[in-house]
Design a protein. Structure first.
Length: 139
């Protein structure tokens, strides 16, 4: 007979209680514990996680793949956007691209360029207005 502590196998128990079991049961529990530890290690090393791990993760993972038409349409829209960005002034294009494509805040852009935040805001607003006009004409 071997003595095991139930808390090791059932971590949600309020306290650890010893239990006398046969050697065969102790070996089975030990093997199961090792397999469980191995599974946890594989999950961690391979980046596996539950679909409930992060809000919205399940929707991202289970989204159906894009159709060939959707892929081509996305490429065409991106090409039109980049062509329209190329028609803006260098400063406006850089600011609009940095803020909306790269996700840099307007305050960080102003700090990096050494200008007031309102200058960056107005420049981006004017750039968006020009982009709107350009894209309306081309599409």
């Amino acid at each position: 007979m071997t003595t095991i502590y139930l808390k090791r196998y059932y971590p949600y128990l309020p306290k650890s209680e010893p239990l006398a079991v046969t050697d065969e049961i102790a070996a089975t529990l030990s093997t199961g514990g090792r397999l469980g530890d191995s599974y946890q290690r594989r999950k961690r090393d391979n980046g596996e996680c539950s679909l409930e791990a992060v809000e919205g993760y399940e929707a991202d993972v289970t989204r159906p793949p894009l159709t060939p038409e959707e892929i081509i349409e996305g490429r065409e829209l991106r090409a039109a956007l980049y062509a329209a960005l190329a028609q803006l002034s260098t400063v406006q294009a850089r600011r609009v691209y940095s803020h909306y494509i790269l996700g840099i805040s307007k305050a960080d852009l102003a700090r990096a360029e050494g200008v007031d935040r309102s200058v960056v805001c107005r420049s981006i607003e004017r750039g968006l207005e020009k982009l709107k006009n350009i894209l309306e004409k081309s599409l």
